[in-house]
Design a protein around this ligand. Structure first.
Ligand SMILES: [Zn+2]
Length: 133
């Protein structure tokens, strides 16, 4: 039996019970929506992740945020700051500057019995205002 093309209510022509062009479009749209939703959730999760940081990391480049978290976790676990090329500042030996990249420094404060991460500063911020821990 020859298959007959028919016109669907959408205006497209084709075979079968439903319009395949519209079905395909709907599928692509659904996929796009799912991807948008996934990206939205990922952004939301990323924003929420800052709440548990011991140092304010919002607004920093993602790579710096990840590096800072890694170094902070290791410091809090007892790692030596010198392991990360950290240096004590000359004007205040209690302040320790750890390079995270060429542009960013993690500033820590030596309370006497432990090293407390305090802030992440860009190279410019670091040079303009000497870090007050
Ligand atoms: Zn159609």
């Amino acid at each position: 039996m020859p298959r007959r093309r028919k016109q669907f209510p959408c205006g497209h022509q084709g075979y079968g019970q439903v319009c395949h062009r519209c079905a395909q479009l709907a599928e692509a749209k659904a996929l796009e929506a799912a991807q948008r939703e996934q990206a939205r959730l990922a952004r939301q999760e990323w924003q929420a992740s800052f709440a548990s940081d011991v140092v304010e990391l919002r607004g920093l480049p993602k790579g710096i945020v990840l590096k800072a978290r890694q170094v902070i976790a290791q410091l809090l676990a007892g790692a030596d700051y010198r392991q990360f090329k950290g240096k004590r500042l000359n004007h205040d030996r209690r302040v320790i500057s750890i390079p995270l990249s060429y542009d960013y420094r993690l500033i820590c404060y030596d309370t006497g019995d432990r090293i407390e991460p305090r802030s992440v500063l860009s190279h410019e911020e670091y040079n303009v205002k000497k870090p007050l821990a």
